[in-house]
Design a binder for this molecule. Structure first.
Ligand code: 13P
Length: 256
């Protein structure tokens, strides 16, 4: 069962990199990770305006492309949104949903994130569904209940459509702070998520579903995080902006 969980590494570039910087990343990153390319999946998430270019640039390489969000409808009067139909049309297979910055800076609530998730799944995309608690919630011992609330919507979707789902645990207090969760802290929450999936979806689904960790991942901590039983990959922000730094995170993570 466990060996179905191919290690997965995603670079979330957030609102960084213009076209020439996107282009300059691909060659060095592919070269740095080529030797390990059969051992894990590697995905780059640029801002939406470069999805089309990056999809073309990575054609024929071992690297795939993700969007950082998608709309909850197929089309219509939703100014500023990008529909999952359009992502699919571009050849983009992956989409990050419910990222902490979407939830907390742009006030996307669980209902909206769940609607986006449903739309992405219906289009056959592979969603990377992000969950995570804020520092005050952790301090108040509310980590598990917050994450339960974020996961709750999965129950309504049903196992068949959820099949491609990837979950990312990103504690808000660890994002962009330089303070990563310790491998034990990450493992504790990942195990909780897997148990929740087992209880509320099915044990087969729980065993098969990849759970990524994100929050101040760097080359120095990637192997340790990846060595934890329930950590199946990494979602990387700041340290993914440099091709050699992200390459090192992948290479060390795959050796663990
Ligand atoms: P950092 O790696 O910069 O902490 O960001 C994590 C993140 O938000 C990835 O989605």
């Amino acid at each position: 069962m466990v060996d179905l969980r191919t290690p997965l590494f995603i670079a979330n570039w957030k609102m960084n990199k213009v076209g020439r910087e996107v282009q300059a990343f691909v060659g060095p990153f592919c070269e740095a990770t080529q030797r390990q390319s059969s051992r894990g999946e590697m995905v780059l998430a640029p801002v939406a305006v470069y999805l089309s270019d990056l999809t073309k640039m990575t054609q024929g390489t071992h690297v795939q492309v993700a969007a950082q969000n998608c709309g909850a409808a197929k089309s219509g009067a939703f100014t500023g949104e990008i529909s999952p139909v359009m992502l699919k049309d571009l050849g983009v297979r992956w989409v990050i949903l419910g990222h902490s910055e979407r939830r907390h800076v742009f006030k996307e609530d669980n209902a909206l994130v769940n609607a986006r998730l449903k739309a992405a799944l219906e289009e056959g995309l592979t969603p990377v569904f992000c969950v995570g608690e804020k520092l005050e919630e952790r301090k108040a011992n509310r980590t598990f209940s917050v994450i339960e609330g974020q996961l709750a919507g999965l129950k309504d979707l049903g196992e068949a459509i959820l099949k491609p789902l990837v979950i990312a645990y990103e504690p808000v207090w660890a994002i962009g702070t330089g303070e990563n969760a310790t491998p034990d802290q990450a493992q504790e929450v990942h195990a909780f998520i897997r148990q929740w999936l087992s209880k509320n979806i099915s044990s087969t689904f729980a065993n098969r579903t990849r759970i990524l960790y994100g929050g101040s991942v760097k080359a120095e901590n990637s192997a340790q995080l990846m060595s934890m039983e329930d950590v199946d990959g990494l979602l990387v922000g700041g340290a993914s902006l440099d091709p050699l730094s992200f390459g090192e995170i992948v290479n060390r993570g795959l050796k663990s």
